[in-house]
Design a protein around this ligand. Sequence first.
Ligand SMILES: NC(=O)C1=CN([C@@H]2O[C@H](COP(=O)(O)OP(=O)(O)OC[C@H]3O[C@@H](n4cnc5c(N)ncnc54)[C@H](O)[C@@H]3O)[C@@H](O)[C@H]2O)C=CC1
Length: 453
Amino acid sequence: MAPFREVRDPGGSGTTAPRSVSTEAGHDRDLSLGAGPHFDLRLSPDPGPAPHSGSRSNDGGRDSGPGQKSAFADLPESSSADTQLIRRTLAEIEPISDKVTSYFYALLFVRHPHLRELFPAAMDAQRDRLFKALLTAARKADEPEVLDEYLTHLGQGHRKYGTLPEHYPAVGESLLGALARYTPGSWSEATEAAWVRAYTVISQVMIDAAAENEQYAPAWWQAEIVSHELRTPDIAVVTVRPDQPYPFLAGQYTSLETPWWPRVWRHYSFASAPRSDGLLSFHVKAVPAGWVSSALVHHATAGDVIRLGSPAGSMVVDHATDSGLLCLGGGTGIAPIKALVEDVAVHGRQRPVEVFYGARSDHDLYDIETMTRLEREHPWLSVRSVISDGPTSGLSGQLPDAVRQYGPWNTYDAYLSGPPGLIRSGVSTLRGIGIPSHRIRHDSLEELVGAAR
Ligand SMILES: NC(=O)C1=CN([C@@H]2O[C@H](COP(=O)(O)OP(=O)(O)OC[C@H]3O[C@@H](n4cnc5c(N)ncnc54)[C@H](O)[C@@H]3O)[C@@H](O)[C@H]2O)C=CC1
């Protein structure tokens, strides 16, 4: 049987933690957690198969075998009562989530200062990512399969930050400390016990997923920039050569860290299907206050080395069907759409692919030449550009409106990529014209908001 590790001393980092800290709100807050919650995490040396659900994982397409059991199937019967208690806490902190987030990090760093170095020097960009992810996990507690997949990705993705199993109890204590502090009306022994049970399972799934991923993938890849092409004053196509093979699927994205902003990771979709020379390309637009995007567009040159995390995302082509593909790419969102087109071409299936490429002006259609070249090469491909904000001789308006003028689309699989506003209105338009939700694919809005800054 695998050893159990009990974490009984929330301040047990060997450092003398101050008893209070000044938070954003300017109040000194007591950091005591009383006796403290206990997290019994099994730090198994042999993780066995990852307990994820059998749906697409972020390891470049490896699926877990059929019939694997969800870790959440092991939850005690009290779990639905736990769900109620957890929901109540979540509802209570929602309007003050900023304060709770600040307090969570204050607790974490004051009690466990050695963990500070795992986070970026300037925390504002990524400040609430971890906390949000934990709350998202808690919110999905009654959707075991979805939660398993989410946590598996989260656990694997945390390897690049240097996260170790022994860090999880510290995070759990800080999470509970912050929740308890900001829900004084409802926090009780039962609520704490519910959160301890939920966090214990959450962290165990993440730890197991990371350990399983370690068997076949590095925590990150080094990648040298081999070409940097400025297509407009603020959009660059950056091509890199990873230091070891990088398996991924067309339509997926990765996390990327530049040498100029250590520990600040941003998501970028691959702009090509996997290539025989192993090179990877990204379309990067420098956005205002976008540290990483500006560095990549305005400072990066050939020879610079960046780091890449694991591939992720399920916006991939289903090669088991011959359905047509309806693709909406807004701005740099055309990058993974181009990868999907190349993927269909590689598989040699003659299925119709209809691309709507949206941009604010003709000038912003930075990749139209590539798309029209692909259209010339492949009779099954049609590319239409749609201009939203300027004069044009072609289609004008917002992308979803343009798509509505064509069709019918109800036999197509739909792929959306671009700004969150496009995804939201695109999904609602496509549903409205008869494409069922399960045939509409896009990256998670949570990942997209602020993704490529
Ligand atoms: N996998 C993905 O979903 C990817 C997403 N992106 C995201 O795409 C965005 C690209 O930004 P920009 O190039 O500045 O695009 P943009 O803001 O210039 O928008 C491009 C086009 O998208 C459509 N659009 C934008 N907002 C819309 C809305 N609210 N409703 C309907 N249509 C809308 C319009 O047709 C517009 O011309 C970034 O936020 C980036 O993070 C980029 C690459 C991949």
